[in-house]
Design a protein around this ligand. Sequence first.
Ligand code: NI
Length: 229
Amino acid sequence: MAAAWHVGSVARSDRVSISTIDATMSAVEAELTVSKRDKESTGVNIGEPGIWLTDPKAYQKKLSDLLGERDPLDVMAETPAFLANLVSAHSPEVMRTRPFPKKWTPNEIIGHLTDTEIVFAFRIRTILCEDNPVILGMDQELWVERQRHNEREPVDLASMFQALRHANLVLWRQMKPADLKRTGRHSERGPETLKTMLRMEAGHDIWHMDQITRYLSAITGAGANAAEE
Ligand code: NI
């Protein structure tokens, strides 16, 4: 069953248990592209308390820990099919259902993943082609809200993700070990190598595939104890 694929593969690896994922969920939920301070200073509702991490390096490590010893390129190559299966197995109505207050819908999670591919597409090319460039963060919540991801067709979002991921995988696969050592200066996390970003991107996939699976279980009633985060 497609929906169980990601969780199953994580469990099989024996490196990251689902309880470990649950324990890190609230932390990983927070993209550190926008700090709590910035959120507050701009008057944007930050939602639930504690959703924004205060330690960017911890976020980096948690995503890397989710990946464990798996090959990031293998993980990232599997995600488009996983999402394509989800949108064919569930109606648009289900995909647009908000399972918990203030949490994304499954459709919005896929929208967020397309945003991440767009952001990474620019960042990795900038770091590969320029010397130690500044990499800017983005406000993931506002991107999801103002692009109205939830109004989009789930099939379209999944297909956009597939195309964007393909374009990025082509570039990732071309990179030599020396390329992966190149650095950018993240506006909040500081210096970051392409190798670190690759591991983060794959860990980000694992986190959101687990999240979307749990949310769909909660919406459809398939999971007895679907976790909110
Ligand atoms: Ni994310």
